[in-house]
Design a protein around this ligand. Structure first.
Ligand code: 3HC
Ligand code: NAI
Length: 697
């Protein structure tokens, strides 16, 4: 079937895009659209034109896969200009999602009728490190005003049809058949002069003073990196100062500037890497998913309450079980509080907060899990306790229920083996705060069933998380990589880089928060307990000296207003000379000569340790793909998506260079820098992690 069809309904031509899955505006679709428009324009029997999509999509925009190569004519901007210039009224029947080029196409139409259930209208290009490039930065400000347009374009947020109508983007919201409503609307426009958004002149005098300067001032730590936000603001400003044709030309130049940046490439890589992570080898679309409608959570501590909130927010009923009434009440109060806070901040309505809370059933009996489809255990990190719980769950849970552990370090095989149904056991490793962090590491134990993996992946999507498969090993993928990075941070501390220098270098590079500030936030006692249990020796014991002493000084991080830093009552961190003195004293005791470590060395050593460990994890088959490691880092560890992840960074450095650098560090610092065999192999072949991933497909 053709990707564009056209039919006449009386005097109205209805042109329909049908390019699954999302109606991306690839070459074939553009050719089809141009042809259909030219035919409708030339047909004297056609008095008006309706343009629509199929299923849930009007169009999700340009085909991102085309960005890598040379684009072929017809080009979208010209096509949209051509539509706008039509003498016959053109009405977009926005049947579903209209994003990026899809919304730009709708903006080129003279009028827009949207279905009442349409939820995704927006220009999300900024999330791909680019800006709208088919007139969006010129027409949206003319349609809804520069202030709102600037907000939508610089954040990439979506609005629904109702909000779109209130803003002036949508002319009519249709409750029933949107195409029929658009045809009626189009008929009403026949014989009248058409309204072209491109011809609207924006009243500069009515704009808030300093609108663009203020916007520029707030881009310093933008999630899309340093280039695209500035380009987006410049382009919207051009809509205010220039006529459409010149504004479009300016937009095109800014689009090219943003698209040529390494940040755009990284963000587009991140987009596809995230979707690729959902593809599990050997698990086809025909794998029958388990039906998960109800949930049990065991433990109402930090993680149990966060996990509960994540599911309540996605509309699942949750039963939460604790050992004591006191712990249960505390957890339930925390859940209620968070929902109330979300309502207060306008993230959800008061009614939604109440509805979500009403879906929560607190209990002190694990027997209440008997009818649940999925049970997630989030009790203390202790193997004996987890085994006891899974033995009990095995007796209580109904047949076919998925039994999950939120363990962050323990062997899921060992946990699964205490049950008579190891195929039903999986690790669902959420990150704190679990209601906010997007990453869900799905730990596949040896016997975890394929359907349990596929169902877990589907659940991740349902609750708005990015699911990534990991195998069983100490720390799985994310925390194992983190451990080697943390190890290097401690080495650099002793070598002379103070906490503020390490965090400062990484934050200036783009990390959401430096590793030592993160440790203060998470609580230094957690790592301390693990280190004590492990009875470290050698270099690991040396590297533990500073963090151990900090904890032994009663400094547990932000919760005690002191850790690597001091904190004021607003949790503002401050350098603490006491910690600097401690680090110097420990270095002296270990006879480590301190020196100034430049910021680029700090960043390089952290990145290389992460990538080297990632490569070892890949080699062992614990991670499926290098891109999965990156997806974890971008979604669970505050790694800036515009930098693409540590494996992407290594690939861009070139694995030959990476191998050389790692070997040089090994010569200087010893075995902790042992180069992963996979890096050596790929470097020798002139290959990359990306090639490795492709070959594994
Ligand atoms: N181009 C190419 N492929 C796309 C695409 C696009 N614009 N949007 C989605 N896809 C693909 C996905 O890669 C995925 O492929 P896969 O099944 O092989 O993995 C498939 O379509 C389905 O996508 P999702 O799994 O993401 O489906 P969802 O239903 O969860 O989400 C969506 C749909 C909200 C549309 C989401 O896919 C999305 O955000 N897409 C990107 C939208 C976007 O950024 N548009 C702007 C593009 S740039 C542009 O238009 C430039 C212009 O200004 C000139
Ligand atoms: P926590 O100490 O905040 O909460 C644990 C809760 O479990 C307590 O409220 C305790 O009363 C309850 N509990 C203990 N035994 C129980 C039992 N038999 N039945 C019911 N409830 C019981 O611990 P936290 O931080 O929530 O960790 C829980 C699990 O999540 C651990 O396995 C941990 O490794 C893992 N995890 C923790 C992360 C974090 O950042 N805190 C991140 C990811 C995973």
């Amino acid at each position: 079937m053709s990707v564009v069809t056209s039919e006449k309904q009386g005097e109205v031509a209805v042109i329909r895009m049908n390019n699954p899955p999302v109606n991306a505006l690839g070459h074939a679709l553009r050719v089809g659209l141009e042809k259909a428009f030219n035919e409708a324009s030339a047909d004297a029997g056609v008095k008006a034109i309706v343009l629509t999509g199929t299923g849930k999509f009007f169009s999700a925009g340009a085909d991102i896969t085309e960005f890598k190569g040379e684009m072929k004519a017809p080009f979208l901007p010209e096509l949209i200009d051509h539509i706008e210039q039509s003498a016959k009224p053109v009405v977009a029947a926005v049947n579903g999602t209209a994003l990026g080029g899809g919304l730009e196409l709708a903006l080129g139409c003279h009028y827009r009728v949207a279905g009442a259930d349409v939820k995704q209208l927006g220009l999300p290009e900024i999330k791909l490190g680019i800006i709208p490039g088919a007139g969006g930065t010129q027409r949206l400000p003319r349609a809804i005003g520069p202030e709102q347009a600037l907000q939508l374009i610089t954040t990439g947020t979506f609005i629904d049809a109702k909000k779109g109508a209130a803003a002036g983007l949508i002319d009519k919201v249709a409750d029933g058949d949107v195409v029929a409503a658009a045809i009626e609307f189009a008929k009403g426009q026949v014989g009248k002069p058409v309204r072209r958004i491109g011809e609207v002149k924006i009243d500069k005098a009515a704009l808030p003073a300093g609108l663009f300067e203020k916007a520029r001032g707030s881009t310093a730590r933008h999630p899309s990196g340093p280039i695209a936000p500035k380009c987006a603001i410049d382009a919207v400003e051009a809509a205010v100062t220039l006529p459409l044709a010149e504004g479009n030309a300016k937009e095109r130049a800014l689009f090219r500037e943003a698209a040529a940046s390494p940040y755009a490439r990284a963000l587009q890589y991140a987009f596809f890497a995230e979707r690729q992570a959902a593809n599990l080898p050997g698990i086809g679309a025909d794998t029958k998913l388990r039906d998960v409608k109800s949930l049990g959570v065991l433990g109402a501590g930090t993680m149990g309450t966060g996990i509960t909130l994540a599911f309540l927010n996605a509309g699942f009923p949750v039963t939460i079980v604790e050992t004591t009434q006191e712990a249960l009440d505390k957890g339930v109060a925390r859940i209620k509080d968070t929902l109330a806070q979300n309502a207060k901040r306008g993230r959800i309505t008061e009614a939604q907060a109440q509805q979500r809370f009403a879906a929560l059933t607190p209990s002190l009996k694990m027997e209440d899990f008997a009818d649940k489809d999925l049970v997630i255990e989030a009790v203390f990190e202790n193997m004996a306790l987890k085994k006891e719980i899974f033995t009990k769950l095995d007796k209580i849970a109904k047949s076919g229920a998925i039994l999950a552990s939120n363990t962050s370090t323990l062997d899921v095989n060992e946990i699964a083996d205490v049950t008579k149904r190891p195929q039903d056991v999986v690790g669902l490793h959420f990150f704190s705060p679990a209601n906010i962090m997007r990453l869900l590491e799905i730990v596949r134990a040896e016997k975890t069933g394929a359907d349990v993996m596929a169902t877990s992946m589907a659940i991740a999507k349902k609750i708005g998380k990015v699911g990534v498969q990991a195998g069983v090993c100490d720390g799985f993928v994310g925390n194992r990589m983190l451990a080697s990075y943390g190890n290097e941070v401690q080495a650099m501390n002793l070598e002379g880089a103070m906490p503020q220098e390490i965090d400062g270098a990484l934050e200036a590079w783009g990390m959401a928060m430096g590793p030592l500030a993160v440790s203060d936030l998470a609580g230094l006692d957690v790592g301390y307990r693990i280190r004590k249990e492990r009875k470290l020796t050698g270099e690991a014991a040396q590297f533990a000296r500073v963090p151990d002493k900090i904890v032994e000084m009663g400094r547990l991080g932000q919760k005690t207003s002191a850790g690597y830093y001091k904190y004021d009552e607003n949790r503002k961190r401050m350098v603490d000379p006491e910690i600097e003195a401690l680090i110097k004293a420990e270095a002296e005791a270990l006879q480590i000569k301190q020196r100034h470590i430049p910021a680029d060395e700090i960043v390089e050593r952290c990145l290389l340790r992460l990538a080297n460990e990632g490569a070892k994890i890949l080699e062992e088959g614990i991670a499926l793909r290098s891109s999965d490691c990156d997806v974890m880092y971008m979604n669970g560890y505050g790694f800036p998506a515009w930098r693409g992840g540590p494996m992407w960074q290594a690939d861009n450095m070139g694995l030959k260079v990476v191998a050389e650098k790692i070997k040089a560090y090994e010569a200087k610092y010893g075995p902790r820098w042992k180069c992963a065999r996979l890096i050596e192999k790929l470097a020798a072949e002139g290959s990359s992690f990306a090639d490795y991933d492709r070959k594994k497909k």
